[in-house]
Design a protein around this ligand. Structure first.
Ligand SMILES: [Zn+2]
Length: 214
């Protein structure tokens, strides 16, 4: 059998299976498209960017597990390790452990909690490089801000949440955009969402961010 990514022959018992959801997440993070496949398209005159996008689209349509060789699995694991969190789907990242530490509204509802990819990337994720480009920040503290404000305001309006199924709040943060030094106010929404047959609380963006002075 051959590796689905690099076409290397895999010996029996050494293959590893990757679910389509995880593979799609890896695609978003620059893994999974082998150079030879890109070259096959660029040689027909297709620009490189278009070739990559077209391959990604095709790969995402696959609903069966991906079969990877040991080397590709090692590269995939390195990408997942950098993210250092558990993605439940390519669009949602689980933050249940921190939400439990925050307690308050999350305690009352008692469901696992996940952030949308947008909220994670803009309001939480922060690397050393971001600190150099923008301001010194810590990712854990940013995650805490998003959840503490969420859990606190949810607790106050928990009856309303139970009646309507959603809760609006906002968090003040420096957006992760490579340039900003000041904080903005980002409107967020907590709502219920079924993920993998389980009821989750998901937090996602709810409209345009505004300047804090407004
Ligand atoms: Zn491989």
């Amino acid at each position: 059998m051959l590796c689905d990514v690099c076409n290397t022959r895999i010996s029996d018992g050494e293959e590893e299976h990757i679910t389509p959801e995880v593979f799609s997440f890896l695609l978003d993070n620059g893994f999974g498209i082998h150079e030879s496949n890109i070259r096959m398209l660029t040689e027909t005159g297709i620009p490189r960017h278009d070739a990559e996008e077209s391959l990604k689209r095709t790969y995402r349509q696959s609903s069966s597990d991906w079969l990877l060789c040991t080397q590709c699995v090692a590269r995939a694991k390195a990408i997942l390790a950098v993210e250092n969190e558990r993605w439940v789907t390519t669009n949602y990242i689980a933050v249940t452990q921190t939400a439990e530490e925050v307690g308050m509204g999350f305690d009352i509802i008692g469901a696992p909690v996940a952030l949308s990819r947008d909220v994670w990337n803009e309001c939480v994720k922060w690397t050393d490089q971001d600190s150099e480009l923008q301001e010194y920040q810590e990712q854990d503290a940013r995650l805490w801000d998003v959840l503490f404000t969420g859990g606190g305001t949810l607790q106050i309006k928990v009856n309303q949440f139970l009646a309507r199924g959603f809760h609006n709040y906002s968090v003040v943060c420096i957006p992760r955009d490579g340039t900003s030094h000041g904080a903005i106010k980002v409107p967020l929404l907590i709502r219920q969402e079924e993920i993998c047959d389980k009821a989750w609380l998901v937090i996602e963006k709810a409209g345009k961010a505004v300047s804090v002075d407004d």
